[in-house]
Design a protein around this ligand. Structure first.
Ligand code: NDP
Length: 360
């Protein structure tokens, strides 16, 4: 006999409902997409906050190395304790019908392993950026998801963010004329002790972590793929932080149309993430362009002065991203930022490192 909403409410009180099925979308009456969040760190907190604001998604399981933390978070999100998994018993998630998809929010080098394990367990995968720490891993992730007939999306939140989308639209409409050049940068001053400074966990330095925003932005702003890349990397602060990864990377790219881009990333300075696009009829600048909120678009073109701030507050980008992936899962659609999008960035990151003389 099918369960009614009232049955679900009763089961919810007993802490069992989420293990049977996520609740229903109040607007459409459809079943929400249930997510297992893997790795309960900083970004997972933003994501779960975003999920809470969606109508089509729900956190239904947690995967963590810290049971006490997981139980605390489970209580906040109504996840039954029976739906908390350790990394070791992760495969048991296959039996949990309340889990449709996983959100991989682990250190970079663990993305491939958990994406592949999740695919083998029959779950769709939303994986944080950078997709992986190598092109080979990215290829294996795409192949595993294809073999299991599950969807793979990389969490490029800017692709779902109105300020970035408006910049793309204006450029495509020709508002600033023929794009000639792009400048972009993103970085921060990293604290000692972060896993991001451990090459085995991070894969590399700021390019993997935040430089990827500039790289990806140059691609979505131009709508082209770079055909020539050259780069430099350096370490200035010999204070023990940069024994395994670089501190700075600067790279330039030439696109097929002739558009040139110059980008910087660092772990040694507070570098507010921005892009500035120079066209034959004017400029367009997102500053900041990659933060969780407070995004701002300024433009001067064809007699127009554009000055727009996005008033939406964090975690709206995570909400939009989850809504998109759940919509794809529920309707059998391909996500806008599939594994192949992450793979391309991994290929360019590899080229940037090679050009800078860093082996990867
Ligand atoms: P955190 O260090 O805050 O969280 C990572 C979590 O992974 C930990 O809390 C831990 O969860 C789990 N973990 C498992 N093994 C390890 C290990 N050996 N060392 C450290 N943590 C481990 O990282 P972030 O949340 O900042 O980053 C996670 C991923 O998200 C990265 O790939 C990063 O690039 C990406 N990211 C994306 C952002 C975006 O805006 N899209 C912004 C920030 C990060 P537990 O204790 O539950 O086991």
């Amino acid at each position: 006999m099918p369960l009614t909403r009232r049955d679900f409410a009763k089961l919810g009180a007993l802490g069992l409902a989420a293990r049977l099925a996520p609740s229903l979308n109040a607007q459409t009456g459809e079943r929400k997409t249930g997510y297992a969040v893997i790795g309960l760190g900083r970004i997972a907190g933003h994501f779960m906050g975003g999920i809470r604001n969606t109508t089509n998604s729900q956190v239904t399981a947690l995967v963590s190395g810290h049971r006490d933390k997981a139980e605390r978070i489970a209580d906040q999100y109504g996840v039954p304790h029976s739906s908390i998994y350790s990394y070791e018993d992760f495969e048991r998630i296959a039996e949990n019908k309340a889990v449709d998809a996983v959100y991989v929010a682990l250190p970079n080098s663990m993305h491939a392993e958990y994406t592949i394990r999740a695919a083998k367990a029959g779950k769709h995968v939303l994986c944080e950026k950078p997709m992986s720490t190598s092109v080979a891993e990215a290829d294996a992730m795409i192949a595993a998801c294809k073999a299991a007939s599950v969807k793979l999306m990389i969490a490029y939140r800017c692709h779902y963010e109105p300020t970035n989308l408006k910049a793309v639209q204006l450029i495509r409409e020709g508002a600033i004329g023929q794009v000639q050049a792009i400048e972009s940068a993103f970085g921060f001053n990293i604290a000692a002790g972060e896993w991001r400074l451990n090459r085995k966990l991070a894969g590399g330095g700021p390019l993997f972590d935040v430089g990827i925003y500039s790289l990806n932005a140059c691609r979505y702003l131009t709508g082209e793929e770079p055909e020539h890349i050259s780069a430099f990397a350096s370490v200035i602060d010999h204070d023990g932080r940069f024994k395994e990864v670089e501190e700075n990377v600067a790279w330039t790219m030439k696109f097929p149309s002739g558009i040139v881009a110059s980008c910087n990333t660092t772990y040694g300075a507070p570098m507010n993430g921005f892009f500035r696009v120079h066209g034959s009829k004017g400029t367009l600048e997102g500053a900041p362009a990659f933060n969780y909120d407070g995004l701002h678009l300024i433009g001067d073109f064809g007699g127009t002065h554009l000055d727009e701030s996005n008033p939406a507050r964090d975690p709206y980008q995570f909400q939009a991203q989850a809504e998109h992936f759940s919509h794809c899962v529920q309707n059998g659609l391909d996500p806008k930022t599939p594994g192949e999008e992450g793979l391309r960035d991994m290929q360019y990151i590899t080229q940037i490192y090679r050009s800078a003389g860093i082996s990867i």
